[in-house]
Design a protein around this ligand. Sequence first.
Ligand code: PMP
Length: 628
Amino acid sequence: MTILTPTSNTGAANAGLPDEALLNRMASEFFALVPGAAQAAAQFLPGFSEAGSAPVASVSAPGRLSSVSESGNHSGSNAGAALTQPSTQPSIYASAIPQNGGSSVAPSRPQAGGAPLSTPAASTTPYYFIGADNGYPVADGNLDGLAAQGTGRQADQTLARSFGLPGQDQLQQLLGELYPANTQAAPAAGADADARPAYYFQQGEQDYWDTAPRAANPALAAPFDINAVRRDFPILAERVNGKQLVWFDNAATTQKPQSVIDRLSYFYEHENSNIHRAAHELAARATDAYEGARSKVAKFLGAASVDEIIFVRGATEAINLVANTFGKKFIGAVDEIIVSQLEHHANIVPWQQLAAEKGAVIRVIPVDDSGQIILDEYRKLLNSKTRLVAVTQVSNALGTITPVQEIIALAHSAGARVLIDGAQAVSHLRVNVQALDADFYVFSGHKVFGPTGIGVVYGKKALLDQLPPWQGGGNMIADVTFERTQYQPAPARFEAGTGNIADAVGLGAAIDYVERLGLENIALYEHALLEYATHGLKSIPGVRLIGTAHEKASVASFVLEGYQTEEVGKALNEEGIAVRSGHHCAQPILRRFGVEATVRPSFAFYNTCEEIDRLLAVVRRLANQKRN
Ligand code: PMP
């Protein structure tokens, strides 16, 4: 086995087409800057109106859109959306974070004797978002009802409306029409064209994260009722060391809404059975629930078919499955596997094991000083021997959002397949595997508000059909004699034995929850949290942020001069604040930045600026203690 490590760490190259998020942002900047762009945008943005009161997409952060009126006044609401209005304080603060009266006992919750599960129409549901179509057991094995692949969400599941983003083609057309010579924004008449660059990525050496935190702007409202959301997560009322828990370890695992907890209970109370084999009522219920969850995952990822969704234990098992099936069949001696320097150990070790067995070569894409993949270096690594590119969509250690669309397109043009590790992405970003053209996409349920012990491999059906099984046993066979075995087609071929039925069903409930909030809303809100935290941390002497890419999601890794990361983690824990300190199972990328460990607060949509203030106060106190 040969491992070629990166030799160049310099020069953030950004060649090739920008990804869809980038294009959305470029268009958004246009609309904010260019008179008349609104009329043009009206052609492309569904629901877009030229009226001054109508929302015009504007840039709030990389990859995120907030609404702003054409006059430039921010408005916390999006027309027609069920959004909260800004109050005098940033509504990103929870005005009434659930308190627990000093007790460590979780607050009692309405249970209603098993409702809402046995009564899906659930008007009595304790969850603010659950309506008539709360999605409890649905054996919707086909995807006919799937809304446009761009959203992967049915309109009737949406309370908070998405922003109706144009597609990449539409944006390029729009850019071309407005500025035929090139796609750089011309200075807007009357606008102070020199005051800021046309696009954030044209800022050169200027650090994007130097900009003032938008969360300090009272106009930036959470696009959902943050207090109601927090009440959906009973554990957030826990007290730790006498303080209300602050859960900033979301990159390690996320907390579970009551609807997921109840769904698991309901399964065991009313549906528990093994699936597929038995011909009785509970087997039918369990099978419906399990296959209904598969259908939800397929919609969530924008897959073409439920047959492309394989349930596994988590992202780690998912990658091992691909290594042991696709890898064993299609990767041989001197073939090459490309990973990035950002990878979690789960997306390194299985490839090393495969490479050791097969005599294959692992090549590593370097990152620049901000922690972003250098596409030019990646281009140089691709060649006719490349069989697989396996990269993360969001780095768990740094938070970098990688340009997976370009990575996949480049790999395909070199004839290679691509696995995207979506473990850190699916809870923060809208994913559409068909739009990405990913060959494999993997994630873990527990990082997207679902149970532990359940995860997903998405694989293109035509590809899965070519793969051998990984494990043998029950469920995955069509016929067995002592001489030979015929296997089931995908996905059953890859699900030997009794799977984690209940937790798959729980994952379905978690997806329902996330879809109700809307990933676009989640992304918008979380990015504001990240900006707020980043700005706060940067203002503390002795703090060094690790990972400052323009495109980031929900992770603010840092080290504090004069302190071990465990000391910072311990001081935070004493105040009830849970962060991960350590190497985050991503040692190569931390070493790229000259550290062995970081403190890693990581955010979810139920976190608030008030909680970030509590973290900042501890870090500031530690920093001051060292200096005095
Ligand atoms: N990839 C990434 C990017 C991750 O963050 C993680 C979990 N930290 C994994 C893979 C592995 O996930 P799991 O432990 O749930 O299998």
